[in-house]
Design a protein around this ligand. Structure first.
Ligand SMILES: Nc1ncnc2c1ncn2[C@@H]1O[C@H](COP(=O)(O)OP(=O)(O)OP(=O)(O)O)[C@@H](O)[C@H]1O
Length: 250
């Protein structure tokens, strides 16, 4: 693919938690890079630190040390509205209390581009319509989000991120709550968005086979503090995936 750019880079990045008493190091000295036009899947067992890493890369949690560079600029140099034009984020347990319809929630993805009035122009409306169609939620667009299923809410949050139209999308377990058909369709859709719209999509998942089939690169949290990033065939060849997930098929 032409005009791919390195949208995400880390330099000697360490992530984890600090309290007054101790420091909990989750990943140490990470030097990662991801380009637009690629789907990267983060795999690892429960509790290894996937959400912690994704939250840190999205600027939602402080680093322990090292740098995160987004589109050539240190992440802390962006204000929140500027960063929202670079990174769209979908997290798990994203409590949404507002009384909104599905369409209104997807429209919120356009917030970084609208003026103070929040009024949508034609480009914004087109982006919203496209995202609703891609996620196949047009039929429930008028419904209040309190009256839709968990899976439908998950698709709505993904549609909001797509409408946000950022070069980098970070999604923590986007297939949670989805049935097997929708799990496949959503990852396939995200792969298509990455390749056809030249976005970098980084997501965590427990769908190992799907990640092997569809991702350009896998970030494999191998053991505490160790993260391997490579093309799926290399990680298969070296038995790395099997060593983390001995009970999966590949
Ligand atoms: N707010 C927090 N403060 C301190 N430690 C935390 C916090 N959130 C998570 N942790 C710890 O960090 C480690 C990694 O948790 P994290 O949620 O990032 O793992 P995960 O790989 O996303 O897990 P899962 O696959 O189960 O969702 C765990 O030991 C967890 O207990």
């Amino acid at each position: 693919m032409g005009n791919q750019t390195t949208i995400l880079q880390t330099k000697n990045l360490s992530v984890g938690y600090t309290s007054s008493r101790e420091q909990q190091l989750i990943f140490n000295d990470l030097n990662l890079a991801a380009k637009t036009g690629e789907l990267h899947c983060l795999l690892g067992v429960n509790g290894i630190g996937k959400s912690t890493l994704l939250r840190t890369l999205a600027g939602l949690q402080p680093t322990l040390s090292g740098e995160i560079i987004i589109d050539g600029q240190a992440i802390q140099q962006y204000n929140s509205k500027q960063l929202a034009t670079k990174i769209a984020v979908v997290l798990t347990n994203q409590g949404i209390n507002a009384s909104l319809t599905v369409k209104e929630l997807v429209e919120m993805g356009r917030y970084p581009y609208t003026g103070w009035s929040g009024r949508l122009n034609e480009t914004d409306k087109e982006a919203v319509a496209k995202a609703l169609a891609l996620c196949e939620i047009e039929a429930i667009a008028h419904k209040n989000i309190h009256k839709i299923s968990d899976g439908q809410l998950q698709k709505t949050l993904i549609a909001r991120a797509i409408a946000q139209d950022c070069p980098l999308m970070i999604l923590d377990e986007p297939t949670v709550h989805l049935d097997p058909n929708n799990r496949y369709l959503i990852i396939e859709l995200l792969s298509k968005v990455a390749h056809q719209s030249n976005k970098c999509i980084l997501l965590s998942t427990h769908q190992v086979e799907m990640a092997i089939d569809l991702s350009d690169k896998i970030w494999l949290a191998k053991s505490e503090n160790t993260l391997l990033a490579d093309i799926p065939s290399k990680l298969l060849e070296n038995n790395d995936i099997k060593s983390v997930f001995p009970y999966t098929r590949p």
